[in-house]
Design a protein around this ligand. Structure first.
Ligand SMILES: CC(C)(COP(=O)(O)OP(=O)(O)OC[C@H]1O[C@@H](n2cnc3c(N)ncnc32)[C@H](O)[C@@H]1OP(=O)(O)O)[C@@H](O)C(=O)NCCC(=O)NCCS
Length: 218
């Protein structure tokens, strides 16, 4: 591990942003803020009022799981894995400079699972780590990231399929992706409780598994 920059830097697309938010390739300088925002989005952001519960916007997982969604070491490894992974970072223009408000990840599909008879024939990617600071959700930033990710899948990875692993009980999240053209593969995968001692289920762990969705790109 070095502190050198990764080779990817700056804007992801010259022709793509909304008026206030632009997409950038993740760099080491982003790790601290990204980690915070991802964990807020998935696990809940502490409220400024001590009497209130942490909140995570419209589709968090804080009612299902405890334990950070990601660590800074894991993020650094993903940024370093340039051949297989791209992390897009949404930065908002503010009077005091650019503020990180969200991110997502596109990586070559490497799960040890043949989801589809066509897997292995042409490129597939996985979309994930889709997170927006709960204070900035429902303002179009998630969609901006999503559209950027689909473009990266096609233009960078030349992918024909995009997979998404979503916790099966997050029905509003599944429904949203079905509306974006994903279809249910009817396959599930276990949640990685075994990979780390970090995650603790707040409900029956048997109820926490992934539904696997796929989107076919034209
Ligand atoms: C998923 C997430 C990234 C979406 O970010 P966002 O900035 O809120 O998304 P947007 O404002 O761009 O909205 C995206 C879509 O969600 C819909 N949406 C936004 N807020 C909503 C709400 N409160 N209820 C229902 N739908 C909502 C929007 O209508 C929009 O759909 P449309 O484009 O068809 O109109 C964000 O909610 C998040 O960080 N969630 C926690 C982490 C997580 O679960 N990630 C997904 C793992 S699979």
């Amino acid at each position: 591990m070095t502190d050198a920059h990764t080779s990817r830097q700056g804007h992801v697309f010259d022709d793509y942003s909304n008026s206030d938010v632009n997409l950038f390739f993740a760099s080491y300088e982003d790790i601290k803020d990204l980690c915070k925002i991802i964990n807020w989005a998935y696990r809940g952001k502490p409220s400024s009022s001590s009497s209130q519960e942490p909140y995570s916007g419209w589709v968090g997982e804080q009612h299902l799981l405890s334990g950070d969604r990601i660590t800074s070491e894991q993020l650094r490894e993903l940024i370093d894995d340039e051949t297989n992974t791209i992390i897009l970072v949404a930065k908002l223009k503010t009077p005091s400079g650019l503020e990180i408000v969200g991110c997502c990840k596109v990586n070559r599909f490497a799960r040890n699972l043949q989801v589809n008879a066509e897997d292995g024939k042409d490129a597939s990617v996985e979309f994930g780590l889709h997170a927006v600071d709960p204070d900035y959700q429902s303002q179009g930033i998630g969609k901006l990231l999503y559209n950027g990710a689909m473009r990266i899948a096609k233009e960078h990875f030349n992918a024909k399929r995009v997979y998404l692993y979503v916790i099966s009980s997050k029905q509003n999240q599944i429904d949203w992706h079905l509306r974006q053209g994903f279809v249910d593969t009817k396959q599930t995968a276990p949640f990685p409780f075994d990979d780390t001692n970090r995650f603790k289920a707040k409900v029956n762990p048997d109820e926490i598994k992934f539904t696997i969705l796929v989107k076919y790109l034209p």
